[in-house]
Ligand binder design. Structure first.
Ligand code: ATP
Ligand code: MG
Ligand code: MG
Length: 351
């Protein structure tokens, strides 16, 4: 069989490797942390820093195709992968890992982000506060996830304790949204695009807590425009694989939040709830196989993340026959850490 290389060692890589195994592929994980829940279910593991060009070259030589499950893999060392194809493309990674580049790129393709300004010093922050006002959110341009590296500025007084000292930041206006949703698509090697139903997403303290399909009416009316944008972005990038765009549904239409050049937490419901999961279709796409159908196979689906201590309850969750329990096999429970998720197939929107 062929070998799929995965850059990144977390639960997304784990679920990709499980989908790949079903189709007869072996996976080889590359991650800097020796404690990898993706490597636990894979045939090969290279534990090395992302900028170790020798280790990257050796890894690539052992793989037929390479993908990534972590959007902050540094782009500069990736040419060391040589001739082994990287799917999704490095350009998608480069754009998605910088909030400033990402918002500009999406704007160029007709999308509407929240008002934003780059901030690297006090003067730029003052200018951004004057132009955009409060409330707003100051975010690190790079490396943020699960709401980390963000400071909510409810009033100008909240800026007093902040020291900016040359960090690359972005200040964006706070969006008054009715709901949040995501568009998840898969694009095949031949350019064909398929969408899953959009989930309505609830966050708590910046972390996704629940995704529900179908989304409510306020979201449903905005999905077509959001899909058009996502498809334009995918085409412009020559994208192959699963791509996610996060949106706020507002009275003025969909406001783009951010994109992820990978499978997404808000698509975990597709494992049981869709004809083909996001993980399987990502594997199909990067391997040049025909894509599977993406339609939802039940009237409604709900996915709840198990964050930190919530996973301690797993035995009672397992005892409920309506639950599909997924545990990621992480050794340590930390507050705010994604430990697993539970999916329920519902007969209507309220089960
Ligand atoms: P992820 O884990 O999704 O990558 P992240 O750290 O990149 O998270 P964001 O998606 O930027 O963070 O923000 C996390 C959440 O914070 C959003 O889903 C939303 O609930 C809230 N949020 C972020 N930016 C804004 C904004 N401009 N206006 C209103 N709410 C926001
Ligand atoms: Mg993000
Ligand atoms: Mg997000």
């Amino acid at each position: 069989g062929s070998t799929i290389g995965i850059l990144g060692g977390g639960q997304l890589g784990r679920m990709l490797a499980m989908a790949a195994a079903q189709l007869g592929y072996c996976c080889h994980v590359y991650a800097p942390d020796g404690d990898s829940v993706a490597a636990d279910v894979s045939a090969g593991f290279t534990c090395a820093p992302y900028d170790d060009t020798g280790a990257l070259a050796e890894f690539a030589a052992a793989c037929d195709v390479i993908t990534y499950e972590f959007e902050n893999v540094p782009v500069a060392p990736l040419p060391s992968l040589g001739d082994t194809p990287l799917r999704s493309p490095a350009r998608a990674l480069e754009i998605a890992q910088d909030r400033l580049a990402e918002k500009r790129f999406v704007e160029q393709h007709g999308g509407t982000p929240a008002p934003f300004m780059a901030v690297e010093n006090e003067a730029e922050f003052t200018a951004a506060l004057e132009r955009i006002g409060t409330p707003g959110i100051l975010k690190t341009r790079r490396d943020g996830y699960d709401g980390k590296g963000q400071w909510r500025i409810m009033s100008p007084r909240d800026t007093e304790d902040l020291t900016l000292s040359g960090k690359q930041l972005i200040y964006e206006g706070f969006v008054d949204f009715t709901a949040e949703f995501s568009v998840i698509l898969v694009r095949g090697l031949d350019g064909e695009i398929r969408f899953w139903d959009s989930a309505q997403n609830d966050h708590s303290s910046g972390i996704l807590s629940r995704s529900v399909v179908p989304a409510g009416a306020a979201v449903a009316s905005q999905v077509p425009a959001a899909r058009e944008l996502a498809a334009r972005v995918a085409e412009a990038l020559g994208y192959v694989g699963v791509l996610t765009l996060e949106f706020f549904a507002t009275e003025k239409g969909p406001v783009f939040n951010e994109m992820a050049p990978r499978v997404h937490n808000s698509g975990h419901w597709t494992i049981e709830g869709a004809r083909t999961s996001q993980f399987e279709n990502h594997i199909r796409a990067i391997c040049g196989l025909p894509l599977g159908l993406t339609d939802t196979i039940v009237p409604a689906v709900r996915m709840d993340n198990l964050i930190g201590e919530e996973a301690n309850d797993w035995l009672s969750l397992l005892a409920d026959p309506a639950n599909h329990l997924h545990l990621y096999g992480k050794a340590e429970i930390n507050p705010g850490r994604k430990m697993g998720h539970v999916t329920r197939l519902l007969t209507d929107g309220h089960g």
